[in-house]
Design a binder for this molecule. Structure first.
Ligand code: GP9
Length: 426
């Protein structure tokens, strides 16, 4: 019964791949800039406070040559930011026991960067914190990330919060990219909007800041929004730099949030966001992160409202970049499915899920009948029996993923295919 759900999603993927997939090869051969945005949640997009847009740059980007996945959810485990990287690049769930970059340190992988490498790409990651944080420098080679530029390699010109400012990371990354002969996959992990959301250390005199007004002055919501607004501003400056460096037209610029910044279980944050949103701040808001794919002159402009999660990043990107993944991940290409499904396993009990219509949160006491489910749009409660199939599917996917990773079975998947390994699961 449990494998049924996983098989169902694989079948959907087969159908999608057999037909002519939407968006296939739209960005083939282009340079790739992926900006993994620290703590950025989706509620900031297209939203204003005190008459000021929170993210004017991203809002404008979404309106031009972009695909905006507005119902995209984080699926991180104990490794927070590093798990967002892991699930996005691998299309398998993070470990439920430890952070994935440690738990699966010795494994072999097939990742989006490694598949691009097979097609002639060079790969490079940038991050303004120490290279050994989250075990990144040890695991990046097997993740297909050949070069890693971390705090040790940057000049520490502007330090904010726990590392180099996002503005300096973007600015200092350019010399590493200019003049390359081959297309590159570049992966930026931003940092300034990390808790405790401070702007202390900022030197850029031109940055004007966000005036949230008296209602939220001095509050955690103000601090959070300020750092997100700053990141948005720096993304705008970075895009201008790319244009000047002739690195814009033939590129694809991708922005996705890594995980929540404001925890609904934190009373202060919850109260302030409930006040701001004018309705209860809940799981569907907390897990919802933006996913924006900007393809200059790509001719595609769309908001995708199919529910998707970080596990879908790899197949969705692979389709756009013209890489055939041959059903090797548990993710789905969000441009070519309609039946969205997002399993959650950490921060809420395993078996929780979100689909196109509803959200199901498994009870902490492990009793299905004590769980909660409601419609995303209306908040209307949903009969729990209507969630049983999704609950079983969520558990099946997570258990299968963990079986693959704990037994280092990606080489077997490479040889025999994912359906074979699924069918021979003990
Ligand atoms: C650490 C940075 C933040 O290098 O990526 O990680 P987090 O604490 O958000 O998981």
């Amino acid at each position: 019964v449990r494998a049924k759900g996983v098989i169902k999603q694989i079948e959907q993927q087969v159908v999608a791949e057999a037909s002519s997939p939407k968006g296939f090869r739209l960005a083939q051969g282009r340079n790739v800039f992926v900006i993994q945005a620290e703590s950025v949640q989706n509620f900031v997009i297209n939203e204003s406070i005190n008459g000021q847009q929170m993210t004017p740059v991203m809002n404008e980007l979404i309106q031009n040559d972009s695909i905006y996945f507005s119902r995209y959810y984080e699926q991180v485990g104990w490794g927070n930011t590093s798990d967002a990287e892991f699930i996005s690049h691998n299309g398998f769930y993070p470990s439920t026991k430890s952070f994935s970059y440690r738990a699966y340190e010795e494994n072999e992988f097939i990742t989006l960067p490694s598949m691009l490498k097979d097609r002639g790409y060079e790969t490079i990651a940038f991050h303004g914190n120490d290279g050994d944080f989250w075990n990144r420098e040890n695991i990046y080679p097997s993740q297909g990330l050949d070069e890693f530029i971390s705090l040790e390699d940057f000049s520490e010109d502007e330090m904010i919060g726990i590392g180099l400012s996002d503005g300096e990371m973007f600015r200092q990354s350019l010399p590493y990219l200019k003049g390359r002969d081959n297309p590159f996959y570049s992966f930026y992990i931003t940092l300034t909007s990390h808790h405790p959301f401070t702007m202390e250390g900022l030197q850029d005199q031109q940055y004007e800041g966000l005036n949230v007004g008296a209602a939220y002055e001095g509050m955690v919501l103000e601090a959070y929004l300020e750092t997100v607004h700053y990141l948005d501003y720096e993304i705008g400056k970075f895009i201008e730099m790319l244009k000047e460096a002739d690195l814009y037209e033939n590129s694809i610029i991708v922005i996705h949030g890594d995980h929540q910044g404001l925890d609904m279980r934190n009373e202060e944050a919850n109260e302030q966001l409930t006040d701001f949103l004018n309705r209860p701040y809940e799981e569907k808001d907390m897990f919802n992160v933006p996913f924006i794919v900007h393809i200059p002159n790509g001719g595609m402009q769309e908001e995708v409202t199919t529910a998707g999660g970080q596990i879908d990043f790899f197949p969705t990107m692979a389709n756009l970049l013209g890489v055939e993944t041959e059903i090797q991940t548990l993710g789905k290409d969000l441009l070519n499915i309609t039946d969205g499904f997002v399993a959650k396993q950490v921060h809420v009990s395993r078996g929780s899920f979100i689909d196109n219509e509803k959200i199901f949160i498994m009870s902490n006491d492990g009793l299905f009948e004590n769980s909660r489910a409601w419609m995303i749009e209306t908040g209307e409660s949903v009969d729990l029996e209507a969630c049983r199939e999704g609950y079983e599917r969520a558990i099946a996917e997570i258990e299968f993923s963990e079986y693959v990773m704990q037994n280092n079975l990606i080489p077997l998947i490479r040889e025999k295919g994912l359906p074979y390994v699924l069918q021979h699961q003990p």
